[in-house]
Design a protein around this ligand. Sequence first.
Ligand code: SAH
Length: 259
Amino acid sequence: MSGRLAVIGLGPGDPRYLTAEAADALAEAQALYGYGPYLDRMPARAGQSRHPSDNREETARAGEALRHAAQGGRVAVVSGGDPGVFAMAAAICEQIETGPDAWRALDVVVVPGITAMLAVAARIGAPLGHDFCALSLSDNLKPWPLIERRLDAAAEAGFVIALYNPVSHARPWQFGNAVERLRRHLPATTPVVFGRAVGRRDERVDITTLSAADDTPAGAAPVDMATLVIVGTRETRVIARPGRQPLVYTPRAATEVSA
Ligand code: SAH
């Protein structure tokens, strides 16, 4: 009996962002594994078991899901956004590479989802309209000096930068440090977008500049674990509009050789 493991992206929160493929894969699963609050968003289904875990327990969760699938079950592991972006698909691959041979025989399917940076970008215009990169500011799995090197290189090379995991309770200083780092390379006026809980009821999108990005004036969006930050380039533009939110975009063409 060959088991099946589907690694499913749920999108950023709004059920309309769940793809039809993801909905089918969820309906077919006999067991659901994932971060508790993600599982809570899904309607209960008869005969489907749930296995919630903490969001810092990705490796253990991957192992449990693989063991379950290897017993012949149809198992689904869910991730917010896309499962391949700072999420469970890589954790599953790591376990398959080092785990028992039987795990290599499993039917493994990765079902893509809309990742946070695309949802945030869409809310505000087209900040990712030119070359861009994505960086996680979490130093749980990599040393902070490496993050600093990548920030320097990305800003220096003129990439728009999407910052995932900007802060957490255990990592309060990283975002301020990253902003300070980016200011060495980019003008103070560089547009910065904060997208918080996009696709959920408490969604909030704010535009600021690199010089004010680490201020937290009253009423401003707090940068927290549910926030995705997009830092523009020298080319990124903000179009003011009467009575409407500005449009932020990065033109498709670039002229300068360096940032
Ligand atoms: N796999 C996820 C990312 C997981 S890392 C994806 O593809 O989106 C977790 C980080 O993603 C958060 O710290 C935050 O930076 C970002 N994020 C996830 N959901 C978000 C949402 N609805 N709105 C804004 N940012 C979000």
